[in-house]
Design a protein around this ligand. Structure first.
Ligand code: FAD
Ligand code: SF4
Length: 458
């Protein structure tokens, strides 16, 4: 028994820090089969319970052992509609791999890497999807992120006439505007969207529900049910002095400019700060993506500012290690108190930080950071990216009578994803606040099932 996962080849840090190509290069067939052979095919399948959409993991791994890769794809795609995406970005270490029996004594099976291998191989030669016979019922889906894409795909497979309304000019949600190319190539998302279109799903971009059209108008237009998968794209700010200075971005804005508006391409006319010193405030995956994007845009220096220690830092370990290897410097136990301007041009000239120490654990058991009096110091930077979380946008709630939200702006739903308004379902980040791709997909799937039941009874 190999005690460790088979390593996946990656681009060398010094090379990848200067390009936007994918960092991890994926398993070869031999590596995938060797890794699959580590799986014990446990009878009680603990890994399956750790997967939010319950992919039959031992079954697909057994098929890899037999070199039946298309069979393995069939097992995964019975539960997950975006395997090439999930194989890359799911936090497996806290889900399926955390539950893996092998992990008790050794490293768990590299389930995510195997999923990615199977999906990539399938996508090299995909079979045409089979269109279902139309059932004459129309469903509107708001938002084309993983929740909306999954919901629309599942409904289209049952014969519904589905239209996705997307505010941006490209479909994919965070998968295209947030997660950078070097972690998730956009060609993969494009392929998933093309598959949906081949199933008959219509995608209308540049339509903002709540502005261009309201939910009520969708019903007036003949849609019998609506799914809201509008995400949580409204950035939070700190409320400190200097946040309106030039050179301050929310992580979402910075990443959207870089990814969706292609600021990373030579000759791009999308304005973005590059080549200077950056402070990225926050310790989540989004902060890591922003820092590593700034680096690839040619930053002279990139700091991550995080108010707790490395132990509490919430980003995936792999992303933290990659960021460190690429040269991002972590300023831990530090919190911004003010962003400083140069006075004349209105641009950022520095960020004032205060040192923190860890006090008593809070309600969630995380030790609270406490400022150390008189410990302020200034870091010279020309750009600051704030990455301290996002919230659901209130636009749809404000324009849809009968739709209730909780104190954090999340749409209130029951166990079937039904909102407080009849015929209106919701799921993903719009309900939970910022979460994960797989949980958004799980919600899209559950909502599609509930919508089908509702419309079949109607
Ligand atoms: P979204 O993906 O946010 O999609 C919502 C869509 O709705 C958007 O396209 C938006 O433009 C559209 N929309 C919003 N309002 C309207 C409207 N009024 N009318 C029409 N359209 C509208 N998760 C992971 O599991 N792993 C990761 O590695 C990871 N990395 C991340 C990195 C970044 C930078 C970010 C921002 C998030 C990351 N996440 C990651 C989180 C994950 O991407 C989200 O949880 C997931 O995309 C949520 O899916 P969703 O369908 O709910 O919403
Ligand atoms: Fe294989 Fe681990 Fe799942 Fe057991 S728990 S079946 S070893 S992946």
């Amino acid at each position: 028994m190999e005690p460790k996962k088979h390593e996946m080849p990656v681009q060398a840090p010094a090379v990848r820090a200067k390009n936007f190509e994918e960092v991890a290069l994926g398993y070869s067939e031999e590596l995938a089969v060797a890794e699959a052979q580590r799986c014990l095919n446990c009878k009680n399948k603990p890994c399956v319970a750790g997967c939010p959409v319950n992919v039959n993991i031992p079954d697909f791994i057994s098929k890899i052992k037999e070199r039946d890769f298309e069979g393995a794809y069939g097992v995964i795609s019975a539960s997950s509609s975006l395997p090439a995406v999930c194989g890359r970005v799911c936090p497996q270490e806290t889900q399926c791999e955390q539950k893996c029996t092998l992990g008790i004594r050794f490293e768990p099976v590299a389930i995510g890497r195997l999923e990615r291998f199977v999906a990539d191989l399938h996508n090299q030669n995909p079979s045409a999807p089979v269109k279902a016979a139309p059932n004459g019922k129309k469903v509107a889906v708001v938002g084309s992120g993983p929740s909306g894409l999954t919901c629309s795909g599942d409904l289209a497979k049952k014969g519904y006439d589905v239209t996705v309304f997307e505010a941006l000019h490209t479909a994919g949600g965070v998968l295209v505007y947030g997660i950078p190319e070097f972690r998730l190539p956009k060609s993969i998302v494009k392929k998933e969207v093309e598959t949906l279109k081949a199933l008959g799903v219509k995608i209308e971009t540049n339509v903002v529900i709540g502005k261009t059209l309201t939910v009520d108008e969708l019903f007036d237009d003949g849609f019998s049910a609506v799914f809201i998968g509008s995400g949580a794209g409204l950035p939070n700010f700190m409320g400190i002095d200097g946040e309106a200075l030039k050179g301050v971005y929310s992580a979402n804005e910075f990443l959207t400019r870089a990814n969706l508006m292609k600021a990373y391409k030579e000759n791009s006319d999308t304005p973005i700060m590059k080549g200077c010193r950056f402070a990225v405030v926050g310790g989540g995956n989004v902060a890591m993506d922003a820092a590593r994007t700034a680096l690839r845009l040619g930053a002279e220096k990139v700091y991550i500012i995080y108010r707790r220690s490395m132990t509490e830092l919430p980003a995936r370990r792999e992303e933290v290690e990659h960021a460190e290897e690429e040269g991002v410097e972590f300023k831990l136990l530090c919190n911004p108190v003010e962003i400083l301007g140069d006075g004349e041009t209105g641009f950022v000239s520095g960020i004032k930080l205060i040192k923190m120490e860890l006090g008593e654990p809070d309600a969630r058991g995380r030790r609270s950071p406490v400022p150390v009096k008189g410990s302020e110091f200034v870091l010279d930077v020309e750009s600051v990216i704030i990455s301290i979380g996002t919230s659901p946008n209130p636009l749809i709630k404000d324009t849809t009578a009968g739709l209730s939200v909780n104190a954090r702006g999340g749409i209130i739903v029951d166990e079937n994803c039904l909102t407080t308004r009849a015929g209106v379902y919701a799921g993903g980040d719009a309900v939970t606040g910022a979460a994960t791709v797989i949980s958004a997909m799980g919600a899209g799937k559950a909502a599609a099932k509930a919508i089908d039941e509702y419309l079949s009874q109607k």
